[in-house]
Design a protein around this ligand. Sequence first.
Ligand SMILES: Nc1ncnc2c1ncn2[C@@H]1O[C@H](COP(=O)(O)OP(=O)(O)O)[C@@H](O)[C@H]1O
Ligand SMILES: [Mg+2]
Length: 274
Amino acid sequence: MAHRLHADGVTLRYDKRLISTGLSVAIPDGSFTVVIGPNACGKSTLLRALSRLLPPSTGRVILDGRSIGELPAKEVARRLGLLPQSSVAPDAITVADLVARGRYPHQSFLRQWSNADEDAVAAAMAATHMTDLSDRLMDELSGGQRQRAWIAMVLAQETPILLLDEPTTFLDIAHQIELLDLLADLNRKGRTVVAVLHDLNHACRYASHLIAMKDGAIVAEGRAAEIITEQLVEAVFGLPSIIIADPVSATPLVIPKGRPVPAIHTPDSRKQSA
Ligand SMILES: Nc1ncnc2c1ncn2[C@@H]1O[C@H](COP(=O)(O)OP(=O)(O)O)[C@@H](O)[C@H]1O
Ligand SMILES: [Mg+2]
């Protein structure tokens, strides 16, 4: 399998805080890769390294055969779009202006705003249902609307590779599924998608390639059906669970065991109080 984007033996750190040591990961071209793992295990750090924001202290991240650190930022941004986990918009910017910033890597002194830019912005806003909100200020939007505006900005960048850090956080369940379906469509049309997701069942449904991380390392990777087991969920999240087949997609569906359900919710107790 071909891999335009891979990390080879990277050590990732923030000053003295070591996050990953000798980590290697390859993103299969054309895959919908989903990264899962508990809070603070290093998912965002990995995405930052893969997108050139965080230079590894050892090892290399390779994009199209070259060390990503040697490529100019704008060139990287034409091939790879990143939606960071928490993005803060500049004050008093409209949705349309924010999404238009996604076109920056395609512009130059000689090639300024063009019809191609206009089309890309319009298509990205339509895909995320933001067209009607285009004149609104970012800080006057709900969390979910704001998130969709950011996603529109990354889509407008029209990169063959998309890296999205928790794109469904802040979205209601319908908008989560809608966004995942949109990403699946983009993936079918040829884009490589890498997303960090917290919902294991969404991850199992949508990922063609799943990467499970813990403590800065990859614990398992492959197809959901191959790697998601009760043992893995326990090992990675410390969560006892039962895994059944998702009745819609037949992919693994993780049911947390949790504590026993309080008696008030059991059918017997309802009968007694009736
Ligand atoms: N800018 C930073 N400076 C120092 N430590 C950081 C920074 N960003 C993240 N960390 C730490 O690195 C670890 C991994 O963080 P992160 O990659 O964001 O985890 P995840 O995305 O899996 O929740 C955490 O312990 C976090 O506190
Ligand atoms: Mg994160």
